[in-house]
Design a protein around this ligand. Structure first.
Ligand code: FAD
Length: 518
């Protein structure tokens, strides 16, 4: 009884305060006694934030769908509203940096919290059907029960299927299999008109390509059919160090050029990271190096600028091939030009390797260092300019402190579907450079949010002045002009797709791509 009274009071307050934006008729169309709609203060508060912890935008309501039809009901309520609709954003795991999943004065659909049935595996078809809000870790656990696994990953698995497919989803397997968006067979999408459509390469391919890497602009992914392969049992994980950038990138590029070779003649995963002079290799992603036996940079002959580069590779194998794994790894390492004394090897079950960043998360959480601001900057840098980027950024702008891991690894563009909405540099090979920094207000000045945000701007400005045609991954812009520039020749098609699939500009307004009248 008391709960009902509170809910009624909250509704009255909402209707009075929001008045013209989300009208009472819109809300009643959603059905206020709908068990999936919440006006609860803690729900509104949590949907106002994201992993970046740098922006806030309060929705008017939070919705937890139990089906695609539920998602469609919310979108239709907005699309058919005589007042012009209200913003609707799918929120997967809210691991965006700059409020991309927010819906200021609208409805946030918490895709992962509605209790939709788990992933369904087809062993014969070698695919899994996953709800859009499903976390990749749960997709993996389910497919492993069938001895199968998706092929392409992100480094961290507590991200939703719909969230990563709206960007690209990349990790060290992308050189071989392409990003996650290259491994999708079919999608169910609820468009901005409230239509529930099934699309694929063969059926309604325009919508299919638009949605993949589409930043949530054209529809909400409610189901993704993801290609699977036999899951390996174990992973041999190797890190080697370089003081010479040219040798480092030459070896990385050589390794990814082997993508067409049989599985035993190439690595399954190729990544790398930069170690700016911090004395010890000690960022949160490098727990691989034993804390009891830290690696001292000075002992490795780093160049005068003190920058080292770590190549990270893995080879998957089954217990039946355990006898030959040492030899296979050695055969591939022998042609590489790393510092000979710096081979660090570990071996672990496949799921533990894929879920490695979660372990780092738990450590940071224990120290209260996970829920801090994250002024991350992710860039695609064309191969032809990566050395200029190294000189100006790693050995220049960053100084000798990084405040977090800096990933760098190349990928093959021909593994990316050119028809998808994602934007990448116009070269056969391009690098992901990910500056994954955490801001600490009580640290020294170089760790504050202001300092790191300013440094990100300096990096972008450096690239602009030097004519390095970088593209932001997980892009963040605030004006239509900047977005037009980001999309380049893809802009017109992106805009036309918006007019076709979300003509009232209801969806994912937190991306701030299109001016909205809402
Ligand atoms: P959200 O932040 O909830 O949403 C992101 C965008 O997608 C929003 O615009 C939202 O409206 C839209 N969206 C969400 N769900 C749907 C849906 N079902 N249908 C349509 N649109 C939807 N990325 C990589 O590629 N590789 C990595 O290795 C990687 N590692 C990461 C590690 C960490 C610790 C973090 C925080 C992020 C990492 N990311 C990585 C970035 C991550 O892929 C994106 O931020 C992704 O959007 C997060 O997924 P999410 O479920 O939290 O999405």
């Amino acid at each position: 009884m008391a709960a009902k009274l509170l809910l009624s009071l909250a509704i009255c307050r909402l209707i009075i305060t929001v008045g013209l934006i989300l009208g009472p008729s819109d809300l009643f169309r959603l059905g206020f006694d709908h068990p999936h709609l919440s006006l609860d203060e803690s729900d509104l508060e949590s949907a106002s934030r994201d992993f970046g912890l740098m922006s806030r935008a309060r929705p008017l309501a939070v919705f937890r769908p139990g089906s695609a039809e539920d998602v469609a009901a919310v979108i239709r309520a907005s699309f058919e509203s005589p007042r012009g609709g209200f913003p609707v954003s799918a929120m997967g795991h809210a691991h965006s940096i700059d409020g991309q999943a927010h819906a200021a004065n609208g409805v946030v659909i918490r895709m992962g919290e509605g209790g939709v049935g788990g992933p369904a595996v087809s062993e014969e078809g070698r695919y899994v059907d996953a709800w859009g809000g499903e976390l990749w870790i749960d997709v993996l656990r389910r497919t492993l029960e069938h001895g199968l696994s998706p092929k392409s990953w992100t480094d961290y698995l507590y991200l939703s299927v719909g969230g990563t497919l709206s960007n690209a989803g990349i990790s060290g397997q992308a050189f071989n299999h392409g990003p996650q968006i290259s491994n999708v067979l079919e999608l169910d999408v609820v468009t901005g008109k409230g239509d529930i459509l099934t699309c694929s390469e063969e059926k309604d391919s325009r919508l299919f390509h638009a949605v993949l890497g589409g930043l949530g602009q054209f529809g909400i992914i409610t189901r993704a059919r993801i290609a699977l392969e036999p899951a390996p049992q174990r992973v041999r994980w190797v890190r080697v160090l370089y003081s010479n950038f040219t040798s480092f990138t030459r070896d990385q590029e050589r390794l990814i050029s082997l993508h067409g070779r049989p599985a035993t003649e190439k690595f399954d995963y190729v990544e790398g990271f930069v170690i700016v002079n911090q004395g010890l290799i000690n960022n949160w992603r490098s727990s691989f190096f034993s804390p009891r036996n830290p690696v001292k940079i000075s002992s490795l002959g780093a160049s005068g600028d003190g920058v080292l580069y770590c190549l990270e590779v893995t080879m998957n194998y089954d217990d039946s091939a355990a006898d030959s794994i040492d030899q296979k790894v050695e055969d591939l390492l022998k042609d590489l030009d790393f510092i000979p004394t710096t081979v660090f090897t570990t071996d672990l079950p496949y799921i533990d390797f894929l879920d490695r960043v979660h372990k780092a998360e738990l450590k940071l959480r224990a120290k209260n260092l996970w829920e801090v601001s994250h002024p991350w900057l992710n860039l695609f840098v064309p191969k032809s300019r990566i050395a200029d980027f190294d000189g100006g950024v790693f050995k220049g702008i960053l100084g000798n402190k990084t405040s977090g891991p800096i990933l760098i690894y190349p990928t093959n563009r021909d593994k990316w579907d050119r028809e998808s909405s994602v934007v990448m540099p116009d070269e056969d090979v391009f690098y992901l450079v990910a500056l994954l920094r955490s801001a600490l207000e009580d640290g020294d000045e170089t760790q504050t949010l202001d300092y790191l945000t300013n440094q990100n701007q300096r990096i972008l400005e450096f690239c602009r002045k030097q004519g390095i045609p970088v593209k932001q991954y997980l892009p963040h812009y605030t004006t239509t002009e900047e977005w037009r520039d980001h999309f380049g020749e893809k802009w017109e098609r992106f805009r036309e797709n918006k007019m076709e699939y979300d003509p009232r500009r209801i969806l994912s307004t937190g991306q701030r791509i299109f001016e909205t009248r809402l």
